[in-house]
Structure formats: structure tokens, C-alpha cells
Design a protein around this ligand. Structure first.
Ligand code: ATP
Ligand code: MG
Length: 209
């Protein structure tokens, strides 16, 4: 990894955390828009680990969510995917995500991207004071949610193109036999069908071969 980009400034790295069950165009547009406005060199998507307190019916195995995220981001040279959260045992806390990425990429300035709904909960997050010191936070608009102004210099708010899409809605559509074309990338539609995700809880709980 280059320590700096061409003009000699610190590498600017966006961090997009999420369950990505499945990843959809709301995630991708948010990451793309923040990358453009904040002049980011790269955005790393970080699928969360498997929450021990949730059953397979609630969250798909991490390997499926990881692979869908890889498929969805593969065509964008500035988008990458990290396994830090899925390879760390136990529930995912953003503080651990940022500490691990900081260690892996000490040269980078981190920009943590979060939707309005997650932003509203941010004050309840673990080790909030250290979080502020590890990354700049970018809260993005999301239909149906109010983006709270945190009143902090290290938190920016950004209006992104409104995509009224959620993973929950995508899962329900698949379970009901409704299409998810154009809500998620084509390759993700095909991955969901290939592995029978969301259609029937028993099959989708199996890990990919
Ligand atoms: P679920 O319905 O399972 O909670 P989700 O659609 O909320 O899924 P997550 O993986 O929970 O997706 O979200 C990851 C991050 O992306 C969060 O910060 C969330 O606020 C943000 N996000 C998700 N969907 C959108 C969207 N349509 N527009 C803007 N931000 C979004
Ligand atoms: Mg969510």
C-alpha cells in the first residue's frame, strides 16, 4: 500500500460498516457520494461478524454477506472489502473495527460513514470518546430517518441521493417471491438465488461451500 497518494497528502479512507444482509444500492450510493464529496481515495466495506445473540434466521452467515459485498463492490476500483469484523470472534463493535483498521492502515485518515438511523444511536456506542479520536464521522441522509446534528466539528452531515431501500425490505421481498432486481446489484440478485438466501431459513443458514 502506498503511504501517501500522488499529491503527498495522507490517504483518505472511507469506512462503511454494515450487516449487508444483503448489500443494496442505498449502501453503494452513500459510499460513492461520500467518496466524491470528501475526496476519498478508497472506501472499505466492513461486513459485521456473526452476532452470537442472533439465530441464523435473523442474520445470514458472515461468509454469504462477505461474498455478496465483494460481488457488489468488485467493479469499483476505489471500493474494497475488509474481513476484520467477520474474522474477529464475538459481536462487532465499531471501536474494534476502527482500532483494527488503524493498525492495518496507519497511514490513512479514517472517515466512518453511517446512515441517519445508525447516527441516531451513536451516543450509545461503546467507547464513544475513543471513537471520535479514531475517525471523522460522516452521517448521511436516509429516507424515513432524521439525521441528527451532533454539534461536533468531527462529525459531518451529508445529503445523499435518496434510496428508500433497506436490507430488511429486500429479505422480505425475496421471501414473498417479489423481485429485488435494481434494488441490489445484478450479481447479488444471482447470488441470492443461487444459494437460496432469504427464501427458506434452513437452507440459507448453510455456509457457502
Ligand atoms: P437492515 O434492514 O437489515 O438493518 P439496512 O438496510 O439498514 O439493513 P445495514 O447493513 O444495517 O443496512 O446498514 C449499514 C449502514 O448503511 C448503516 O449506517 C445504515 O444507516 C446505512 N444505510 C443503509 N441503507 C441506507 C440507505 N438506503 N441510504 C443511506 N444509508 C443507508
Ligand atoms: Mg440497518
Amino acid at each position: 500500500q502506498p503511504r501517501q497518494n500522488d499529491d503527498g497528502r495522507r490517504l483518505r479512507l472511507g469506512v462503511m460498516g454494515g450487516t449487508f444482509d444483503p448489500i443494496h444500492h442505498g449502501h453503494l450510493v452513500a459510499a460513492s457520494e461520500v467518496a466524491s464529496v470528501f475526496d476519498l481515495d478508497e472506501v472499505v466495506f466492513v461486513p459485521t461478524g456473526e452476532p452470537w445473540h442472533k439465530s441464523a434466521q435473523e442474520v445470514s452467515p458472515a461468509e454469504h454477506r462477505y461474498l455478496m459485498t465483494v460481488i457488489a463492490t468488485a467493479s469499483n476500483p476505489r471500493f474494497t472489502v475488509s474481513r476484520v469484523d467477520i474474522d474477529r470472534p464475538g459481536p462487532t463493535y465499531t471501536i474494534d473495527t476502527l482500532r483494527d483498521l488503524r493498525e492495518e492502515r496507519p497511514e490513512a485518515e479514517l472517515f466512518f460513514i453511517t446512515g441517519a438511523d445508525a447516527m441516531a444511536q451513536i451516543l450509545s456506542w461503546k467507547d464513544i470518546q475513543e471513537l471520535w479520536s479514531l475517525a471523522h464521522f460522516v452521517g448521511v441522509t436516509r429516507p424515513g430517518h432524521v439525521l441528527e446534528n451532533m454539534g461536533r466539528d468531527d462529525v459531518s452531515l451529508l445529503e445523499v441521493p435518496a434510496m428508500a431501500i433497506s436490507s430488511t425490505d429486500c429479505r422480505e421481498r425475496v421471501a414473498d417471491g417479489d423481485p429485488v432486481w435494481y434494488l441490489v446489484p445484478d450479481g447479488v440478485v444471482q447470488y441470492i438465488a443461487k444459494h437460496g438466501l432469504y427464501a427458506d431459513a434452513e437452507r440459507s443458514a448453510q455456509k457457502p461451500a
